[in-house]
Write a protein that binds this ligand. Structure first.
Ligand code: AMP
Length: 284
């Protein structure tokens, strides 16, 4: 695997690949890699001649400085895992390389209602920061395919919108990969590294809450289900529940009952000992 720390060196590596008209699959990450990330790398590998992974903890998408400062860094192990998974190029820039003019959000993306619901409501400017860095990365790499995890459900929709805004809809194919979970049901996440074993056990309440909602979807009101799920988290040491919402899986609009044939997804964000965890599950 080739490691590039600058945009220039990365683009140099990509020249022969483009000249040979080989395909490029791109997997953007913030590091502290786990099986979830590696499943994206493997998916890219199986469908492309060259897989590029980026590791960059993007400051403009953090609305909480402590979350940014405490973001886990396991770069030596990450490099080893990427090699094993068959990644071809790792792009590992520092903040100065990506933000030579300072850490600013310099442009506004029109994300419509997606900007203000769920993650957007609780993490102001988060998706503007995400779009800013993903646009930069896509412009540098110009991949054929972009691999994202369903774990970040709303982010997938935001990036789909970004690709449209960039006028790249025909050029970059978005691939959404299912969430990889621990045996306990806990969705793998870099932030899990900040939990001890007892907390990880409590964190499985998110999965249990989603399974509870799925099981009783047609038997109880959505209000009741969301309340019961909130109680379940509170009984497992979650100190704050940002949201538990049953939404239309296509547009993320909140839904009040199952009266129609629409596909539904439940989305959860909650804090356990200061660590904010998110997850989601398709319900029907
Ligand atoms: P992150 O490093 O958290 O920014 O994640 C990088 C990419 O990996 C995003 O597209 C995530 O949705 C995806 N991802 C994170 N966790 C998982 C998981 N448990 N299963 C599948 N994909 C994941």
């Amino acid at each position: 695997m080739i490691i590039c720390k600058t945009i220039t060196s990365l683009q140099q590596q990509l020249i022969p690949i483009n000249q040979k008209q080989q395909t490029i699959g791109f997997v953007p990450t913030m590091g502290a890699l786990h099986e979830g990330h590696l499943s994206l790398i493997r998916a890219s590998n199986s469908q492309n001649d060259c897989t590029v992974c980026s590791i960059f903890v993007n400051p403009t998408q953090f609305n909480n400085q402590e979350d940014y400062n405490k973001y886990p860094n396991t770069i030596t192990q990450d490099i080893y895992q990427l090699e094993l998974a068959g990644c071809n190029i790792l792009f590992l820039p520092d903040v100065k390389e990506m933000y030579p003019d300072g850490i600013l959000i310099s442009k506004q993306y029109n994300l419509d209602y997606l900007e203000n619901i769920l993650e957007g409501e609780y993490r102001p400017n988060h998706f503007q920061g995400v779009c800013q860095i993903v646009e930069k990365l896509l412009s540098i790499i110009n991949p054929n395919q972009l691999f994202l995890g369903q774990k970040d459900y709303q982010q997938c929709m935001v990036i789909k919108k970004l690709i449209e805004l960039m006028d790249k809809k025909g050029a970059i194919k978005l691939e959404i990969i299912p969430t990889i979970r621990e045996k306990t049901g806990l969705a793998m996440s870099s932030r899990n590294a900040r939990l001890n074993e007892a907390e990880k056990e409590n964190a499985t309440a998110i999965f249990k809450a989603m399974m509870h909602i799925k099981k009783y979807l047609n038997k109880k009101s959505f209000d009741t289900l969301e309340k019961e799920a909130t109680e379940l988290l509170q009984n497992h040491a979650f100190e704050k529940v940002d949201y538990i919402k049953i939404c239309n899986a296509t547009n993320l609009q909140e839904v009040q009952n199952t009266n129609s044939s629409q596909k539904l997804v439940v989305l959860i964000a909650a804090f356990l000992n200061g660590v904010r965890l998110i997850d989601n599950m398709q319900l029907n």
